[in-house]
Write a protein that binds this ligand. Structure first.
Ligand SMILES: *Cc1c(COP(=O)(O)O)cnc(C)c1O
Length: 723
């Protein structure tokens, strides 16, 4: 490909022997290779924390004397050389899984579109699970050698940064991502000007520049409308993720879908498969059709051709969660397009028409399905729910024949596994175990790890979590402005030896963060048991316009602040991937209480399982597939009640009962021979053995490749009855 990519500006003053740290800083490969991370951290641990693990800012602010010092340190230089040997081998690898499995497809490109990417805490351009899934997907695509390129938007103000007032009300804190201090690089054209693409919005043309993020071997391109060619308010179009203003939202989707295609074209990519991760990017189908119609095809020919190349993943199990636009808004933004597609207004609207009792809308997922023959949900149950939900689009078929399959989500092992555990696995599972994470038989070796060694690491991870939380609380306390109760709410009184339960995710009402507060006196009894204390750590953000979600945070926070709980309930502000990593590695039990079947998959529990944390969850999403009766615990069963209040009571009763009769006794039950909780450890091993391979991102991306990408790349028509 002719390339006008940026080389990262050489901003750093580094000793010649350590020069390549500048290169490493601009490739997120280091985020899933802990030895590579240590190359930064070992130079100045405090600064590494202060810059929030952003290697670019780190190298900009680092004292040269510190770098000079390590450049004479034998241990450091050995590590440095080892890391760069691995890095070079990785980037230059001729043989990858994809090339071996699909030798004929290696030269073709898969374009992967997503509204958010959760790659690392230093790039806060994600809101939750969808983004983290996209980020993990890119990392695994890189590991497996998929010819994939990511496309998204650059939100310079991120999602938002969360503050909790003394009364538990969520506030937004101003936040700005300094791109010159981040591991992103601007894309230039041949004349060394920033490469620009444009989209036409009502009455004006809006331009966007393109940022590149290197994710191992995979590039990710993010469009950014903050350029001087644009009017003031258009410069802010891409500043924030999930704006509720419909004009901003539709403009963002146009930038992502239409602008994203144009950006790929401008950089010389010719994707042969298109993956829409959720419906936000569905306008890309219209842009691709426009290109083909311009070349002389009819719209219908174009659409049928594009169907063969397009994959659509839905993540939304409830009709109300799907993105739709009112017809007046579509008229405002697309009236110029349908003539170009040789369509009438009626034909255009029929593409994504959705009828509600209150009126008609233009539905993004319906549009996506019109252009994609490969559609999938993200767990087995979600596949069923999606087939039922969209059955009306295929009225002449049985529900089971609705062409939506499922690929259950997974997580990227290297990103989420604690370094200490990785070292333990290296020792007992074989040095190249991570190349076989999706092989269930390989995981049988987990039994070889002595309980004592295993438990030592588990205890270390919990102490590390408690230490981190207490230091955070202290840092809040020192500058003043916080009430002492808030410092306790942030976890100042945590006990590193008590049974610790984690609950952290977006505060969407269906996730029922307050379920465990349902019978507060019963809960207090458990928390304050003198010999068998329990503590619970909550974290999570509510969408800024979701009042119900914010009230849920407040309800939890008010319970957290009560003196009677003895500081054993904690709410951590500003949940992100960094806090997520501490929690899913450090707690003992990972709690999830969604109202079935609203949790399309969920992934945080998969991260926890990999690290030896036991899941305790409603049988929804991935857990319905993962739970086998011996590798964690279930809340409730698969009965669904019509009345939500009754469902809540039923699930809460089950939650307390299992805690009281199974989880707490098992955790505190020590073997007399060695004082270790033998049965608990056995359960952890069973959990890792059964869940780590099945819910790895490696299994997931291989499955996407086999079921969806490879037929799309080959242009195979699988569903003859194209709509
Ligand atoms: C993994 C992750 C999520 C997804 O959590 P679920 O419990 O699966 O919804 C959300 N936010 C962050 C920061 C994560 O790391």
């Amino acid at each position: 490909m002719e390339s006008f990519r940026t080389t990262p500006p050489n901003l750093f003053s580094l000793p010649p022997r350590l020069k390549r740290l500048g290169e490493l800083a601009y490739n997120l490969w280091w985020t899933w290779n802990p030895d590579a991370e240590r190359l930064f951290k070992l130079i100045d641990t405090d600064l590494w924390e202060q810059v929030y693990h952003n290697p670019v800012r780190f190298l900009q602010q680092m004292e040269r004397a510190r770098a000079n010092a390590v450049s004479y340190d034998r241990y450091y230089l050995d590590l440095y050389d080892r890391v760069f040997r691995a890095y070079d081998r990785y980037l230059a690898a001729e043989q990858t899984w994809f090339k071996e499995a699909y030798p004929g497809l290696a030269e073709k490109t898969i374009a992967y579109f997503s509204m958010e990417f959760g790659l690392h805490e230093c790039l806060p351009i994600y809101a939750g699970g969808l983004g983290v899934l996209s980020g993990d997907h890119l990392k695994e695509a890189s590991d497996l050698g998929l010819p994939l390129v990511g496309v998204g938007l650059m939100y310079t103000h991120g999602y938002f940064s969360q503050r909790i007032t003394e009364d538990g009300w969520q506030e937004m804190r101003d936040f700005k991502l300094e791109l010159r201090e981040s591991p992103v690089a601007l894309v230039y054209d041949q004349d060394k000007n920033p490469l620009m693409v444009f989209v036409d919005l009502p009455g004006r043309r809006v331009y966007a520049q393109i940022w590149e993020i290197r994710v191992g071997r995979v590039p990710l391109y993010l469009l950014d409308s903050n350029v001087e060619q644009n009017e003031h308010h258009d410069r802010a179009l891409t500043s924030r993720l999930y704006n509720s203003d419909p004009d901003v939202r539709i403009s963002q989707y146009i930038l992502l879908g239409v602008g994203g295609v144009r950006a790929l074209r401008a950089m010389g990519f010719h994707p042969r498969a298109w993956h829409l991760n959720e419906g936000h990017s569905a306008f890309l189908g219209l842009e691709l059709a426009r290109e083909l119609v311009e070349q002389g095809m009819s719209f219908e020919e174009a659409r049928l051709k594009l169907r063969e190349e397009t994959v659509f993943t839905t993540h939304t199990p409830v009709p109300a969660g799907n993105d739709e636009f009112p017809t007046w808004l579509m008229d405002k933004y697309f009236a110029n397009l349908w003539p170009e597609l040789h369509l009438s207004r009626e034909q255009f609207f029929a593409l994504a028409h959705n009828q509600h009792p209150w009126g008609e809308t233009f539905s993004m997922p319906i549009l996506a399905m019109r252009f994609a023959q490969f559609c999938n949900g993200v767990s087995e149950l979600h596949g069923q729910v999606a087939r039922k939900m969209w059955h009306f689009l295929w009225p002449d078929r049985e529900v089971d024949e609705v062409p939506i399959t499922h690929v259950t989500n997974g997580i990227h092992t290297g990103t989420w596994l604690a370094r200490r555990l990785r070292a333990l696995f290296d020792r007992y599972l074989g040095p190249d175990w991570i190349e076989h994470v999706d092989d269930p038989l390989m995981w049988d070796y987990i039994e070889k790890i002595p309980d004592r060694d295993f438990w030592r690491v588990r205890r270390h991870l919990k102490r590390k979590l408690v230490h981190y939380i207490r230091e955070r609380a202290r840092a809040r306390w020192i500058p003043g402005g916080f009430h002492p109760v808030q410092v306790i709410a942030e976890g100042a009184l945590l006990n590193p030896y008590a049974l610790t339960i984690g609950f952290a995710r977006r505060f969407a009402p269906y996730k029922r963060a307050n379920l465990i507060l349902n019978d507060f006196d019963r809960l207090l009894n458990l928390l304050n048991s003198p010999n068998r204390p329990v503590q619970i750590i909550f974290a999570g953000k509510a969408h800024p316009d979701n009042e119900q979600g914010k009230r849920l945070i407040q309800e939890v926070y008010r319970a957290v602040k009560l003196a009677e709980n003895g500081g054993r309930l904690v709410f951590l502000e500003d949940y992100d991937m960094n806090i997520a990593r501490y929690l899913i590695q450090g707690v003992d039990v990972w709690l999830n209480t969604p109202r079935r079947p609203n949790e399309a998959s969920g992934t945080s529990g998969q991260k926890a399982a990999l690290n030896g944390v036991l899941n305790f969850s409603v049988l929804d999403g991935w857990w319905r597939e993962g739970y086998n009766g011996r590798n964690g615990w279930a809340i409730g069963n698969e009965t669904d009640f019509d009345d939500p209040a009754e469902q809540d009571r039923h699930d809460a009763e089950s939650l307390y009962h299992v805690l009281e009769t199974e989880i707490i006794p098992l955790y505190y039950k020590k073997r007399s021979s060695d004082g270790l909780p033998g049965e608990w450890i056995a359960r952890i091993k069973e959990s890792i053995r059964t869940l780590a391979p099945a819910f790895s991102m490696r299994r997931m991306v291989k499955e996407y490749t086999g079921k969806l990408y490879s037929p799309a790349l080959e242009g195979i028509q699988v569903d003859k009855v194209g709509r």
